[in-house]
Design a binder for this molecule. Sequence first.
Ligand code: BTN
Length: 324
Amino acid sequence: MERLNHILELLYDRGEGFFSLEELSAAAGVEPAEMNEHLEALREKGQELDFSPDKGVRLVRPVRLDPHLIERGLETRRIAKSVLCFSEVDSTNDVAFDSVLQGGTDGLVVLGEFQRLGRGRLGRRWICPPGANILLSVLLINSKAALSHEALTIAAGLAVSEAIEDACGLGSQLRWPNDVLLEGAKTAGVLVELRNISAQRAAVVGIGINANASPDPAQVDMPATDIAEHLGHPVERTEVIRALLARLDEWIVTIEAGKLEHLHERWVARCGMMNQRVTVLSGGRRHVGRVLDVSPLEGLVLSCDDGRRVYLPAAGSTLESCES
Ligand code: BTN
């Protein structure tokens, strides 16, 4: 396995370039006669290879998600010590929750190439074609109370926005409670779920990012886009995921250390909703007013038209309209 991972790394790091079979064999320390066997094993793991009679072999980009390419050299403290990639699941959030009873450890990352029953917030579906986008869940077990639903939702959205900038150089905006937008259109969403599982408190941070494909407009209720559309070329999902895990890890550690102010500042700086007029449905009631703040502790702070000041939690709230 180690040898196969090394060959995969060599091919991945060469980008669009080819490796002659001799050069690849020498770099990997493998007899040239054995190389075809290893390349076949990579194919069986789902990687697509491009062979040229003159130039040799290369990986077809963007590559299929692979735990080794995602984990290698990642210096996270809390999450991503273990990464699982599946071809097809019902929902990566469910796989993360189910893993608690099967030895899944704190910080486990679950990725799917396709979800049969992907969930969005408030009972919505999250639909995307196989192999195109990022469908990721992070399991957190028995965290400190500071890692609340509210704080995790805010932190995950910010981490996605930062990762898109780190990996792709694109600036994005945050829309409370859980959306990441590129030029006003939704490109990512966050679904945090909490459950008690055999006396353990499990939180799963589910993140969907439209990397290389946007949903069918008929299936979504707001304009949507994907990263590739803004870059003008396909995006290598592995790089966005690595950046995301690094940023999310940093925020989780920061929140557990009680330093919420930093998270608050960074979130507000990327959010275009400050001081805008919004309508929010929350707890069965419609609230109309101006946004005063977004707090990682208390949610959306609204100065309502009727003079009330309300604090609306992310869970169960729907942003119905925003004037910006
Ligand atoms: C939303 O914007 O409504 C939240 C979307 C969250 C989708 C992700 S995809 C990975 C994880 N698994 C799921 O079933 N949902 C989340």
